[in-house]
Design a binder for this molecule. Structure first.
Ligand SMILES: Nc1ncnc2c1ncn2[C@@H]1O[C@H](COP(=O)(O)OP(=O)(O)OP(=O)(O)O)[C@@H](O)[C@H]1O
Ligand SMILES: [Mg+2]
Length: 309
């Protein structure tokens, strides 16, 4: 079983606008609601692929209900821990004039120490039967930065491989627990290393440093430049596919889903990379966060190549 854990559940509200004008009424040409929250995105994508997963996390209010219903519509088993406040709404603005994608995020969950303990108990209860844990996003107010590391430690105690996707302070605090894989994008890798990542070579060197320092294999996503997988005994470049991008939101989470699928199926990591980057490209073709079509994933998977570095 694949388990996903999302401490800060969310939905994304995407607005497509012709052009941003500060202080004016901007009329959206389209708007839609979709998944958010990283690990939940991965569950959602796995569901589209017909792969079952169990989604844990904190959720509250009508937004939490919406997240649960969306997940269940994809066949995901949802066992959220009910908390106070409201699951988050992230607003994503896609500006046709510049192509820029801007995210405005909120932080609206309210969590007590007893609820943290309750979620941790649920995790421990399922780790025995878990093949893989996907964990990530941000932590809601009230949780210590070390919480990700505590959950990763638990999974490692049970011998469960961990795919961890977070940024900034959350990535720094979690990586010390040595997750099996992380999936930083260019900015996230740069922030972790404390220097900007400009070229593919910068990313490769940075990835090797992460592997040496933490024993964690970074699968680095570089947006329109594709990706890089830095593994203990080899490294691959994954060139981008020539696609017409509608919205890249949640593309990185497609990579998480593909990696988890290969761990679950006991396949080589190469299969996970092909599936993951095909999911990422398929997500780019759809306007909603983490939305993709299984037939697109299957069509694109054969087009993904891995170049040995
Ligand atoms: N413009 C693009 N053209 C082609 N492929 C793209 C493009 N944008 C993203 N991709 C594919 O999707 C993968 C993941 O994208 P990206 O690096 O933007 O992830 P991310 O920043 O983690 O996104 P998110 O956190 O929203 O899921 C890339 O490695 C690439 O394979
Ligand atoms: Mg990401």
């Amino acid at each position: 079983m694949i388990v996903t854990l999302t401490p800060n559940t969310a939905t994304d509200h995407t607005l497509f606008i012709p052009q941003w004008e500060a202080g004016k009424t901007v009329r959206a040409t389209a708007s839609l609601w979709s998944m958010g929250g990283k690990a939940t995105d991965a569950s959602y994508i796995l569901g589209e692929l017909g792969l079952p997963s169990l989604a844990l996390g904190f959720a509250a209010g009508s937004t939490g209900d919406r997240v649960r219903a969306m997940m269940e519509s994809k066949g995901v088993t949802v066992d959220f821990t009910a908390v106070g406040g409201e699951s988050r709404v992230n607003t994503i603005i896609i500006d046709a004039a510049t192509g820029a994608q801007t995210t405005i995020t909120t932080n609206t969950l309210e969590i007590t120490p007893a609820q943290v303990e309750a979620l941790t108990h649920r995790l421990v209860a399922v780790l025995e039967d878990a093949d893989c844990l996907i964990l990530g996003g941000t932590l809601p107010p009230g949780l210590a930065p070390g919480q990700f590391a505590a959950w990763i430690d638990l999974a490692r105690d049970y011998g469960v491989p961990v795919i961890f996707d977070a940024s900034g302070p959350y990535l720094r605090a979690g990586i010390v627990a040595r997750p099996t894989y992380i999936k930083p994008n260019r900015d996230e890798l740069g922030e972790l290393l404390g220097r900007p990542i400009h070229t593919l070579d910068d990313a490769l060197q940075g990835g090797r440093e992460v592997l040496d320092r933490y024993g964690t294999a970074p699968i680095i996503s570089l947006g329109s430049e594709g990706g890089l997988a830095v593994l203990p005994d080899k490294a691959y470049r994954v060139p981008p596919l020539p696609i017409e991008v509608v919205s890249a939101a949640g593309a990185g989470d497609g990579v998480l889903a593909g990696l988890a699928a290969s761990v679950f199926r006991r396949q080589p990591i190469e299969d996970g990379l092909r599936l993951g980057f095909a999911c990422a490209a398929a997500v780019c073709l759809m306007p909603g966060t983490a939305e993709c079509k299984r037939e697109d994933v299957e069509r694109l998977q054969s087009q993904i190549t891995l170049e040995t570095l």
